[in-house]
Design a protein around this ligand. Structure first.
Ligand SMILES: [Zn+2]
Length: 181
């Protein structure tokens, strides 16, 4: 088990569409363990594989004291919506009210390749939607309205990590801080 550096906003891996997992092997289980360790250490409510630089459809969650993971998620969203504060370990320190479906049923697989269904409402539903977005190259500020998104991008430029290379950047060989905006 190892805590890995978390890729920050601006890293192209966060904009890529992650590939489905086809091989459920030891390497995948190591990835799930690394995601879990890194998420709990951060700490965060969820972490997606692209945030560790791995473009595979895998995420972990830690909500209401329950820790788990889901591979190749396929979501069904409730019509009811919720609005509440959301943040991301790839945009440290920033939180914005974000609209999400109130409930989610997520079908996928565990790290052994067994089919599993993860159901949640409120915070767990928000987390599942946020992490699945990461697998499609979507970052939560993309879900904000135009004005809010502009404010978020400005706030990112004003952070100590968003305006140029920050100490964590050395963890990312593909960082394009500044260039990707
Ligand atoms: Zn995130």
């Amino acid at each position: 088990m190892a805590i890995q550096p978390i890729r920050l906003f601006g890293d192209p891996v966060l904009r890529a569409t992650a590939k489905p997992v086809t091989v459920f092997d030891k390497e995948l289980r190591t990835l799930v363990r690394d995601l879990t360790e890194t998420m709990l250490d951060a700490p965060g409510a969820g972490l997606a594989a692209p945030q560790l630089g791995v473009s595979l459809r895998v995420f972990t969650y830690h909500v209401d004291g329950v820790t788990g993971h889901l591979i190749n998620p396929d979501l069904s969203l409730s019509e009811d919506e919720q609005e509440g504060p959301e943040g991301c370990l790839s945009l440290p320190g920033l939180r914005y009210d974000t609209k999400r479906a109130y409930g989610v049923v997520a079908k996928g697989f565990n790290m052994y390749g067994d089919p599993v269904t993860l159901e949640g409402t409120q915070l767990l539903a928000r987390c599942i939607q946020h992490e699945t977005d990461h697998l499609d190259g979507i970052i939560f500020i993309d879900r904000l309205d135009r004005e809010q998104r502009k404010a978020a991008l400005k706030a990112i430029r004003d952070t100590d990590w968003g305006g140029g290379p920050a100490p964590v950047v050395k963890a990312s060989p593909h960082s394009t801080f500044g260039a990707a905006r």
